[in-house]
Write a protein of this length. Sequence first.
Length: 170
Amino acid sequence: MEKVISGEEHIRTASTQTTAASTFTSNKLAIAIVVLVVAIAVSFFAGTQYEKQHNTSKQTALASGIGVGGRGRFGGGNRVVGTVSAISPTSISVLNRSGTTVTLNITSSTQISDAGQTVTTTDIQSGEIVFVSEDTTNTTNASRILVNPSFGGGGASGSTTPPTSGTTTN
């Protein structure tokens, strides 16, 4: 036998069922959002740990002022740009822009030039700007030293200072 209910009782029953279904759906949505946020956080953390482990040599090179680069026209491996703080027939010390001194050995195969002319270590003075390329097989050796390099970019002829970003010289 079927139970007959009044209209008010039917509305109350339907409302209770809708509220229960709505609460269940809201709980599922909240759980899904929490799971998504946790998954994103775990992925971010894992990515940063991977980056730290795989970029240490690059970060070390950048912190020491040695530019990490390929073999461009200048040749060699890593490069350092800065001011000569000490020079001898067997080594050169360069103070880079970050304030770190990088010292490299000068060997009989090190090429040294100033304004396109071959020079020797006796021609290099403390305080001069240099662009030094490391030897690709022995990174403690300089393969090439360019004294008072011209960085181009529309500066005065023979300019030895790197161009300042965002400025133009006419």
